[in-house]
Design a protein around this ligand. Structure first.
Ligand SMILES: N[C@@H](CCC(=O)N[C@@H](CS)C(=O)NCC(=O)O)C(=O)O
Length: 95
């Protein structure tokens, strides 16, 4: 499957209610959450870390290097992780 960055990805749909699938996710991510990116022996979790990695290897120009411009990008990535994702993401844990 090709996405915005032109990266060939095999997207695996995870049914979070399927305990066997959850075990596979937990083996890759100690937080037992998706998404998880696997590239050979490189395993990366946290969606924004994955996004940044994919930009770094395909379109590094999408992430500014000028400190204030970079801070503006990071502001929204951290906001998404800290506030938006917990508010809208699926969670089966009670914590
Ligand atoms: N901060 C994480 C959040 C990941 C996350 O919450 N994923 C949800 C699906 S949207 C999940 O795996 N939930 C399963 C669970 O919490 O048991 C990220 O951005 O990757």
């Amino acid at each position: 499957m090709r996405r915005h960055l032109g990266v060939d990805l095999e997207v695996v749909t995870i049914n979070l209610a399927d305990q066997a699938m959850r075990a596979k996710v937990a083996a890759l991510n100690p937080n037992s959450k998706i998404p998880v990116f696997v590239e050979g022996d490189f395993v990366l979790w946290e969606s924004n870390a994955i996004n940044q990695y994919l930009c770094d290897v395909t379109r590094p120009d999408l992430i500014p290097t000028e400190p204030r411009a970079k801070a503006e990008v990071n502001r929204w990535l951290f906001w998404q992780t800290a506030h938006m994702s917990p508010a809208v993401g699926a969670s089966t844990s009670s914590a």
